[in-house]
Design a protein around this ligand. Structure first.
Ligand code: ADP
Ligand code: MG
Length: 802
């Protein structure tokens, strides 16, 4: 393997992509050597392996190993390399620092060597790592020990020049990558082709396959040929059948040389833990660093923002040793620089997140300090495993636990991790509290960084799964804020929300207790509940101790500590009553609240309640529902159609149904018209009576004694006739025009009445001189007049009569 010199100078970090060195023609001897090696694969017995030479390995590999002083294989190498050469799938589990990297790199080189892999064959091996730093480290190891082979190797990790990587994709034989970047190439790069992949390796396999990478890994696996060899390695190996099935591993060989060992961590690793309060942590760390200036130390913290702040703060406090910080949100170039600097230096402190907890082989690390409790046993193992690596590595681990986090020690010990409690000599702890506060008051930036660190830690605790250990209610956030130098603790909105909801719930519960108490006889009263209730107005379970006052008020960030007011405290107590319920409840509740109302959810609700959507119910003033007969189907066929309602659209059937319904619509329409006419006639009558009344000498009109209109032609005769002829063609067509009309106003509109002006012009409203014969014609017309038109007509008629 050779690097491209020009590119190395030009591109700096792009050097990692190597260019293909034209392959020499394989000699006949080489073919024979390959056959000889392959013939020995089946005879490999791990017990007989003393040095790498005892494996049937190519000269190029053996030379490369020797150059790097790898002579004696480690346990995992002895056991795994043989099976891997035989082409078996492997589940490799071995302690941190036990040499797993070579256990998969050697088989990769040998596999491709024996298959006479060339540049034209494309990607033959794929190594996936969960972090960029680990991928880089694997790549470096491969480059150092595999450089005598002709294969090209490529490092494909995020934060690099994508275009540059893209162009060289087709030249890479061994690809070392992180999942995200690999998928990006698979998706976007036409030059990327792994259809001839021979070996897939997942380093830190359990991490690669866990929730964080699930979707990405599934997509990657989908793109890989199934008939490949798969090797999985980790110190905390997955045995999940689901994971193995995802990778199409059916009968993998489980290689775990340390399974019977007394400990799961390296024997040369000394492990201890201390229990301290949250506000003591910074002082202890500071004192530790001041007392270990000649050591190489890694300090793990829970979040990026904590790492960033503590690094900035300690740099300002000048402990007298180099300080570095490594976390995910840093720019890639910086990450590489810091990684290399920490590898190189020997007296240095690295503050890091769990980004650095997996696989990284920092040389000669003396101490690993876990300043915040690890998420689980696996995380503890990987963090602690950054020290005491390799054959002769020694190291020490220190875990800082808060009193309520001490429960994790049980889990650690159950998992065969030998860890002992030690005490801190308080006289040796010097907390630079005043200095920190001073620095924060001088620098707004530092103060903001502290606030962010505070929030991120509180959130991380809140979001942790294991609520037995990570209980936000037991975290003294005020004290934590103070220890960071924040005199006024930041307002934690999400906690306040939770407290509010809890208060609401407690108040409800309280009501229930009050009701219960009022119904209970004196003798039956549950003393424990009673007692607690006098102290705390929240509902408590039987036998639960009431909370101490100081315990209770510690989560109220705006609480005035001097205030002794009972009422005020009681409210706080309800707010922050810890322990009675699991903390998960609040986020669930708040989530519920925040959950957007989807159309599907609304539809489901409606279905449940059996509500008919898009229906309008009208009510009378008395509150009785008015039946809307227009919306109800009448014909038998339509009823049948509605009841069946099998979904889909049957046009023919719908047509038939509509035709049937039309008949009923027409009848209804005629009835409506009749009713309208009757109403108009009635109004016309009334009007005339009024006018008659007005003609009285006294100008008054009695309701009962209407004017005598008997002299007028009887309109009922005409309208009655028209009503009887309701099936006339005209009406028929109008009714059919009215199909589907929804309300009365629409009926009115569609029943084409000429405007008053038109009426005068076309029909010729009779003038004063119009003969009575013509009046009769006008009366016919009156059926289609509006009230005002009818009024005008009546006036004319009256004047004509006179
Ligand atoms: P793991 O992946 O199991 O945590 P690594 O592969 O990172 O361990 O190896 C840990 C250290 O041990 C590395 O520094 C590596 O160079 C060294 N190492 C691995 N195998 C051998 C060997 N056979 N002889 C000497 N040193 C080895
Ligand atoms: Mg490793």
């Amino acid at each position: 393997m050779k690097e491209d010199g020009k590119d190395q100078k030009k591109q700096g970090r792009r050097k990692k992509i190597q260019l293909y060195k034209p392959r020499k023609k394989k000699s006949v001897e080489e073919d024979a050597a390959i056959q000889f090696l392959q013939a020995q694969y089946d005879k490999i017995n791990p017990d007989n392996i003393k040095t790498f030479k005892d494996f049937p390995l190519s000269q190029r590999t053996l030379k490369g190993l020797k150059e790097n002083n790898y002579v004696t294989p480690t346990e995992i190498q002895k056991q795994a390399i043989g099976y891997a050469l035989q082409g078996k799938d492997i589940l490799g589990a071995a302690k941190t620092g036990s040499g797993k990297t070579l256990a998969f790199l050697i088989p990769i080189l040998e596999n491709l060597f024996c298959k006479k892999w060339t540049r034209l064959d494309g990607v033959g091996a794929l190594v996936i790592s969960p972090t960029r730093e680990l991928a880089y480290q694997i790549y470096e190891t491969l480059r150092k020990m595999g450089h005598l082979h002709d294969f090209s190797a490529g490092l494909i990790i995020g934060g690099q020049n994508l275009k540059f990587e893209r162009k060289r994709m087709d030249q890479i034989n061994i690809l070392i990558c992180t999942p995200g970047r690999l998928l990006q190439h698979m998706d976007e790069n036409p030059l990327f082709d792994c259809s001839h992949l021979q070996i897939l390796v997942l380093d830190e396999a359990d991490r690669c396959l866990d929730m964080g990478f699930e979707a990405t890994m599934n997509a990657i696996i989908e793109n890989l040929p199934p008939d490949r060899q798969t090797l999985l390695f980790s110190a905390t190996q997955t045995k999940s059948v689901k994971d193995l099935a995802r990778l199409s591993l059916k009968f993998p060989t489980y290689v775990a040389p340390h399974e019977q060992a007394d400990t799961v961590t390296p024997e040369s690793l000394q492990q201890s833990y201390i229990v301290c309060e949250v506000d003591e942590k910074i002082g202890i760390l500071w004192s530790f660093i001041r007392n270990h200036l000649k050591q190489k130390v890694i300090v793990f913290m829970a979040t990026c923002k904590q790492v960033k702040y503590i690094y900035e703060l300690f740099c300002k406090l000048r402990p007298g040793v180099s300080l570095l910080a490594l976390y995910g949100t840093l720019h890639q170039e910086k990450r590489e620089k810091i990684y290399n600097e920490f590898c190189r230096k020997s007296n240095v402190v690295l503050f890091a997140t769990d980004l650095a907890s997996r696989g990284l082989d920092f040389p000669r690390v003396n101490w690993v300090i876990q300043m915040d409790c690890p998420e689980d046993v696996e995380t503890y193992i990987h963090r602690a495993g950054r020290t005491a690596r390799g054959f002769f590595g020694k190291g020490e681990g220190l875990l800082m636990l808060l009193p309520h986090e001490e429960k994790i020690v049980e889990d650690l010990q159950k998992s065969k991790i030998p860890i002992n409690k030690i005490a801190v000599d308080p006289s040796k702890v010097q907390a630079p509290q005043r200095k920190i506060e001073g620095l924060l008051s001088d620098s707004t930036e530092l103060k903001q960084s502290a606030q962010r660190a505070f929030m991120s830690y509180v959130k991380s605790i809140f979001l942790m799964k294991n609520k037995e250990i990570f209980n936000i209610q037991q975290l003294d956030t005020d004290a934590y804020a103070r220890s960071l130098g924040l005199i006024v603790p930041p307002y934690i909105k999400f906690l306040k929300n939770q407290q509010y909801m809890k208060k609401q719930k407690d108040n409800k519960d309280n009501d229930v207790v009050d009701k219960l108490k009022s119904t209970e006889s004196d003798g039956d009263t549950d003393q424990s509940v009673d007692k607690n209730d006098t102290d705390i107005p929240g509902l408590r379970k039987k036998g639960k101790k009431p909370k101490k006052k100081d315990e209770i008020i510690k989560f109220d960030f705006h609480h005035d500590a001097d205030s002794d007011e009972d009422d005020f405290l009681q409210v706080k107590k309800v707010d922050v009553d810890p322990g009675d319920e699991p903390i998960e409840e609040a986020p669930t509740l708040s989530k519920k609240k925040a959950k957007p109302l989807t159309k599907a959810a609304v539809a489901k609700k409606l279905l449940k309640k059996k509500i008919k959507v898009n229906t309008q119910v009208k009510f009378t003033e008395e509150g009785d529902a008015i039946e809307d007969e227009k919306r109800d189907v009448k014909s038998e066929l339509a009823k049948q159609f509605v009841n069946e309602n099998v979904g889909g659209i049957d046009i023919e059937k719908a047509k038939e149904v509509l035709q049937e319904e039309d008949k009923f619509d027409k009848i209804r329409f005629r009835e409506k018209v009749k009713a309208k006419h009757k109403e108009q006639k009635r109004k016309l009558k009334n009007k005339k009576k009024e006018e008659e009344g007005e003609k009285d000498d006294f100008g008054s009109q009695s309701e009962s004694d209407g004017p005598d209109l008997s002299w007028l032609p009887n309109p009922d005769k005409h309208y009655g006739k028209k009503d009887d002829d309701g099936d006339s063609d005209e009406e028929r067509s109008e009714a059919s025009d009215n199909e589907g009309s929804d309300d009365d106003s629409e009926v009115d509109q569609k029943f084409h009445r000429p405007t008053k002006r038109k009426l005068v012009e076309s029909k010729g409203i009779p003038q004063a001189s119009v003969a009575p014969r013509k009046v009769r014609k006008v009366q016919d017309i009156s059926a289609s007049l509006s009230v005002s038109e009818a009024e005008a007509l009546a006036m004319q008629l009256l004047s004509a009569k006179r």
